[in-house]
Ligand binder design. Structure first.
Ligand SMILES: Cc1ncc(COP(=O)(O)O)c(C=O)c1O
Length: 384
């Protein structure tokens, strides 16, 4: 498509991924101010947006120091875009050490993560062969959510000592991600998760230091815990990512409102199944992603909440079902039929996503909205 910016949203092809820049900037501001008040640096996770232009707005919000990536492809993309202080937040495998060494040799200050002695031995071997010194954080499991070493006890100290004693590796500190906050039922629960995430990471760092080992970095964070935390004493950085865009899952958790969601999928009505009360659109799960995260929450939002072209949610209208390229728009629980006359063929709608990372991952670029116009396309990176 040949673009002439600014253009009317109606001129965009469908499905397209819309990004409301002012909404995003308000989200960025909210987090930056919280971290300022709690006296903690942000190391924002870029896996949600994977975009240099979005990151430029995040940086303008302030209180950032470095970035977190979820793939080495992101590390490469953001390093080439001028960011050199990078944490790769997924346990490093030996077959990736060469790519890491390449980035380090070009001046990237890249820190990696591990949680076991088998990996430490293999990473050390590769680092020595490649002649590099790898800065390493120990991943802690603070809530039984996924990977990580228990934050107290012998295993933690064994892993810390193994890193310290392995030539080619340098122990920098500890990190954790309170993914358990995504299972919370109330704001009180999220606050409890946030306190637990902070307390366990800080006490793990103290236990390592008490053994005479170095532990400068205490890195924690998820969007829900970052938004609800009241105390980050002893934490050196926090790494939320989804907060830039927010999504229906975060609304379901209670840490955001529908009006805080900065991205939506633009779609067009193809036709109707009048007797079923359905409206059919040209955005299916390929456009929304397969993420059905809200299914487990109190309010199941199907594949997304339907809004009019101005972004106003239509009461109880959701994408209830999705095929690859067909979305089925209906009233929640089929409570009332939708009428074709209210959604003529060609009507354009916007769908708010369940999970910002998953939906944006389906697209090559954002259509950036400022006011009611699309003012630019911002590329996003992808791959591993
Ligand atoms: C290691 C790590 N840090 C930070 C985050 C960001 O958390 P959120 O997605 O809640 O913003 C994630 C998300 O998966 C993560 O895996």
């Amino acid at each position: 498509m040949k673009e002439n910016f600014p253009c009317d949203i109606r001129q965009l092809p469908t499905p397209s991924l819309l990004l409301e820049r002012e909404v995003m900037r308000a989200n960025i501001q909210r987090m930056a101010e919280r971290m300022g008040a709690l006296n903690c640096n942000l190391r924002p996770h870029v896996k949600t947006h994977k975009s240099l232009q979005v990151l430029a707005d995040v940086e303008k919000g302030g209180n950032t120091a470095g970035i977190t990536v979820s793939t080495l492809q992101e590390a490469e993309y953001f390093f080439e875009g001028g960011y050199s202080n990078i944490l790769y937040g997924v346990g490093l495998t030996p077959n990736k050490v060469e790519a890491v060494a390449n980035l380090i040799s070009r001046g990237c200050s890249l820190t990696v993560v591990t949680d076991n002695i088998a990996a430490i031995n293999l990473l050390g071997e590769r680092a020595r062969v490649l002649g590099i010194e790898l800065p390493v954080l120990i991943e802690l499991d603070v809530d039984g959510h996924r990977s990580g070493v228990p934050p107290m006890g012998e295993e933690l100290i064994d892993v810390a000592r193994a890193i310290q004693e392995t030539s080619g590796l340098t122990l920098q500190g500890v990190m954790t991600h309170a993914g358990g906050s995504y299972d919370c039922d109330s704001i009180d629960d999220i606050r409890h998760c946030a306190q637990q995430e902070r307390d366990l990471a800080v006490s793990a760092a103290q236990a390592i230091r008490a053994e005479g080992l170095s532990c400068q970095v205490v890195s924690i964070g998820s969007t829900p815990t970052a938004l609800m935390s009241n105390n980050l004493d002893g934490v050196t950085e926090i790494r939320p990512g989804v907060y830039t865009f927010l999504d229906l899952f975060q609304v379901g958790l209670g840490v955001a409102q529908l009006s805080d969601i900065a991205i939506s999928v633009l779609t067009t009505v193809i036709g109707h199944q009048e007797e079923k009360g359905w409206v059919i659109v040209d955005a299916g799960w390929m456009a929304m992603s397969r993420d059905r995260g809200t299914e487990k929450q109190r309010l199941d939002q199907g594949y997304g909440v339907v809004c009019d072209l101005e972004g106003e949610p239509l009461m109880d209208v959701i994408m209830g079902k999705a095929n690859q390229e067909h979305g089925i728009i209906m009233v929640r629980n089929g409570a009332a039929p939708l009428k074709p006359c209210d959604f003529p063929v060609g009507t354009m709608l916007r769908i708010l996503p369940n999970h910002a990372c998953a939906t944006s991952g389906q697209y090559e670029h954002y259509c950036v909205l400022e006011g009611s116009s699309c003012t630019n396309f911002w590329r996003r990176t992808r791959g591993w």
